[in-house]
Write a protein that binds this ligand. Structure first.
Ligand code: SDX
Length: 365
């Protein structure tokens, strides 16, 4: 038997055509196209690329966007069911339950034909934002806001949260967030989903595996952790003592480090630029300055203490963007999932298309 690698570090589990990461150069590609070339497109176009393997032409894009918009609404009964629960602080618990409800209301739930899977994929991409916004408003006893067909995927989400049409930059920031969150090879949640798909379980069940795995604070939950950390540090003067304290207690600092990237995560660079632009539009550079101070001090302290640098990952400056978009911390991981669901669907289909049950071995000790 092969030697055991803790956390499967460095283990290649399968071939994929969906994305490529070079952790040394800091390169991320979706279907062979660099993230920097995709991030100015509409999220619908990138979702189409991930799921269908190619960028849509104008007709394909308008047809795909039309299908998404036609499926944004959720079953009214579903909200009634969800109101019975108290999802407490993490909206992802609500999203997990809501997707289970969506599956129960979907007559194609346990059909696996290509058409059924395509229809379920469209529903999942379309309904995540509506569910997250409705759950958030239900937690304040507010009625859900109907989706606005005139708005992009990202802009419509912000509108359904507050009823306010977002500014151009806010809408751009949300679209970029969904694109940058959309796909990242065999990260923990995607791998969990592929294991479920490899047993030929249905796409809703596989996506719920992804959601449950994304929730963990060492994975997608880190985005909420960064938002809480920005509140906890509370002033630029406190950053140095905060960082030293965490390192001394050997506690992980959320939003930093990565299993694959040994340089700056290319997504963090783009998020940082969006956060900077939002700070200027908001006329308030506090969150951005605080984050930048954290980045600089941790970088230098890490070199001092560990002899190597540590960089922000996808969850660091995205949390600063959410601060400027007035998004509450408990929605952070659910919004990550709103983007990631397109990558999850792509991996589910790729697993179904060339399947072998994923079943590694263990050394008995
Ligand atoms: C995501 O895989 C993906 O692609 C995930 C993701 C995606 O798009 O799907 O990119 C999204 O999950 C990003 C990561 C979000 N998580 C966090 O920000 C949580 C904080 N980060 C760490 O938990 C950690 O960096 C991981 C989990 C991201 C990666 O951890 P590894 O590869 O298992 O490395 P490790 O935990 O063994 O750390 C190596 C060393 C350790 O020190 P030593 O024991 O060698 O002395 O670096 C230290 C760690 O203590 N370290 C940190 C740290 N990250 C690593 N120390 C303080 N703060 C950190 N953030």
């Amino acid at each position: 038997m092969e030697e055991m690698k803790k956390g499967l570090e460095g283990v290649v589990a399968l071939d994929t055509k969906i994305s490529f990461i070079d952790g040394i150069q800091g390169i991320l590609m979706y279907r062979g196209i660099k993230i920097e070339e995709l991030v100015d497109l509409p999220y619908d176009a990138v979702s189409y690329l991930l799921i269908n393997g190619k960028l849509p032409d104008e007709t394909e894009l308008s047809e795909f966007s039309r299908e998404i918009k036609n499926n944004r609404n959720i079953n009214g009964k579903q909200i009634e069911v969800l109101k019975e629960f108290d999802f407490g602080f993490d909206a992802l618990d609500g999203l997990r339950t809501a997707i289970s409800c969506t599956a129960h209301f979907d007559l194609e739930n346990n059909y696996h034909s290509p058409d059924a899977n395509k229809n379920k994929s469209i529903k999942l991409v379309a309904k995540f934002p509506t569910i997250v916004a409705a759950l958030h408003r239900a937690s304040f006893n507010q009625k859900p806001i109907e989706p606005n067909e005139e708005l992009s995927h990202g802009a419509n989400f912000l509108y359904m949260l507050t009823g306010r049409i977002p500014t151009e930059l806010e809408a751009e920031a949300m679209e970029k967030d969904l694109i940058l969150s959309a796909e990242h090879e065999l990260n923990p949640s995607t791998f969990a989903l592929r294991i479920a798909a490899s047993t030929l379980s249905d796409i809703y069940s596989a996506v719920i595996c992804g959601l449950c795995t994304l929730k963990g604070p060492l994975h997608g939950g880190a985005r909420k952790g960064v938002m809480d950390m920005l509140d906890e540090v509370s002033s630029i003067e406190n950053v140095q003592s905060y960082v030293l304290g965490k390192l001394e207690r050997k506690e992980k600092i959320m939003g930093f480090g990565h299993r694959v990237y040994k340089t700056l995560d290319p997504r963090a660079r783009i998020y940082k630029d969006v956060a900077r632009r939002l700070s200027i539009e908001n006329g308030n550079s506090y969150w951005f300055d605080l984050a930048e101070e954290l980045e600089h001090i941790l970088f230098h302290e890490f070199v001092e203490v560990k002899g190597k640098p540590i960089y922000p990952n996808v969850d660091f400056y995205s949390a600063v963007v959410y601060k400027y978009l007035d998004i509450p911390a408990e929605l952070a991981t659910s919004i990550f999932a709103m983007g990631r669901v397109s990558g999850w669907i792509a991996h589910c289909m790729e697993q179904y298309d060339d399947n072998k049950v994923i079943r590694p071995r263990a050394h008995f000790v």
